[in-house]
Ligand binder design. Structure first.
Ligand SMILES: [Zn+2]
Length: 276
């Protein structure tokens, strides 16, 4: 796997993958008919009618701190794609104890998979020295007992064990993680979903989380069938797309393939995705 690494001012961002899956367009482009998504996806669409979706995390170095954004699918579900994150971090020379901050953009199964690891029958934080940042809105939504019962095991194994831990930080609004990194509330995919805004030496980037699983979510503002709040999701996509173009911000998107980085630009008055 090639290493993707960018710098934004004095901040370094490295893409680190946990694995890749194949997705059905109907799953990620809600209500969009094949005659629209087929030409739009172009070469991304394989002969079997699927396209690749990566489980991508980001390792961010900012102000002397090592920050991990999202923790992938993990290895607790045998047969599911993913499980490579810790191996890929080790290739970069990063051990779990080196991580100072974990940011969960949201609490879906493919973003919290390595939050915790089983030891002697208990699930404990995989990153023993890290603060785990989650938006309070997101935390309260997914830890509601009714949701836990509906959602299954991943909340029990990778979210609830953090509940009374001094490592958990519940964030309100645009919380500052370091002087260069702050949470950016981008609700819709989930109620408390947050992106991570990077600003350093006049340069800007946004680590999207699941505001977009594919560039078409930013270009066409199509929403995903798995967005909890569809109308809010579309509003968020529209507002963030405008901001990304206006700020000429670098975009980091964990689900995009093959590359995780690019920019949203205006070409002849229309939004277009420009991979790095
Ligand atoms: Zn996701």
């Amino acid at each position: 796997m090639t290493t993707e690494r960018v710098t934004v001012g004095s901040v370094e961002i490295v893409s680190v993958a946990d694995g890749v899956m194949r997705a059905q367009p109907a799953f990620l482009f809600s209500g969009i008919p094949p005659e629209m998504y087929t030409p739009a996806l172009g070469d991304d669409l394989a002969d079997d009618g699927t396209f690749a979706v990566k489980f991508g995390s980001f390792l961010v170095r900012s102000s002397g701190r090592t920050v991990l954004v999202d923790t992938g699918m993990g290895n607790k579900n045998p047969g599911s794609p993913g499980g490579q994150l810790l191996i890929n971090l080790r290739r970069l020379g990063v051990r779990p104890e080196d991580v100072d901050v974990v940011v969960n953009t949201h609490l879906h199964v493919d973003h919290v998979g390595w939050n915790c690891t089983e030891r002697d029958g208990a699930y404990l934080p995989t990153f023993p020295n890290a603060q785990y940042w989650v938006s309070r809105t997101e935390w309260e939504f997914w830890t509601d007992p009714e949701i836990v019962a509906e959602e299954g095991e991943h909340i029990v194994r990778d979210v609830l064990p953090l509940k009374d831990s001094p490592q958990l930080r519940l964030a309100e609004g645009e919380a500052a993680i370091t002087p260069e990194l702050s949470l950016l509330p981008t609700p819709g995919h989930t109620p408390g979903h947050c992106s991570l805004a990077v600003a350093s030496a006049g340069e800007r980037a946004v680590i999207l989380g699941d505001v977009a699983h594919h560039p078409l979510h930013l270009v066409r503002l199509w929403i995903a069938a798995i967005d909890e709040l569809p109308r809010v999701s579309r509003r968020t996509k529209r507002a963030l797309a405008e901001r990304l173009i206006q700020e000429q911000a670098l975009v980091a998107a964990g689900h995009f393939t093959p590359g995780s980085f690019g920019r949203l630009v205006l070409a002849n008055g229309r939004r277009a995705w420009q991979p790095l």
